[in-house]
Write a protein of this length. Structure first.
Length: 173
């Protein structure tokens, strides 16, 4: 059942780049490769394969947005991010309990935790989107290096947060 849920999330995830119109062949190729790679990852409970598929989906989505040039649509991006977090969490959980009998209360507790993380991410994304609107007006005339430095700072903070999260996690059994 967990594999089915992960596959459904993977299909939703790979459909996001194809929803940006017009869809071009490179976007379709990347989404197809992501679906195949992610499908193998879900079947094998391989987090690295599913993470690589997620990376391909994000690249395909970015390429689709560049080609189509639509106005910013935060809801689609939030849906893509939420589906990516959930599919990675589900595959990670499936890999850790592979072959074990897991009670319904354990799965319910995990689902509550995942939904809390996704909910917090959605709230943060909405808050950052609201805060970015005035900042976008202020940075409209900014040079590219200023924007690149701001993006690099965000990437460094993200990596720092992931390292802190992984370092805090207890020993694996």
């Amino acid at each position: 059942m967990m594999r089915l849920a992960a596959m459904v999330l993977l299909v939703i995830l790979t459909a996001c780049p194809l929803g940006v119109q017009p869809s071009t062949p490179p976007v379709t190729w990347l989404a197809t490769a992501a679906l195949v790679m992610g499908g193998v990852g879900v079947i094998a409970w391989s987090v690295p394969l599913v993470a690589a598929a997620g990376s391909l989906v994000v690249i395909a989505y970015a390429l689709a947005l560049v080609v189509a040039g639509p106005a910013a649509e935060p809801l689609a991006a939030i849906a893509l991010g939420s589906a990516l977090v959930l599919v990675l969490a589900l595959v990670h959980f499936g890999a850790r309990v592979r072959g074990a009998v897991v009670g319904a209360s354990v799965i319910a507790a995990q689902a509550r935790q995942w939904l809390a993380v996704v909910g917090l991410g959605i709230v943060a994304a909405v808050a950052l989107t609201a805060a970015a609107a005035p900042l976008g007006v202020a940075l409209r005339g900014a040079t590219l290096p200023v924007v690149v430095i701001a993006a690099a700072l965000g990437a460094v903070l993200t990596v720092g947060g992931v390292i802190a999260l992984v370092a805090r996690e207890g020993p694996r059994l």
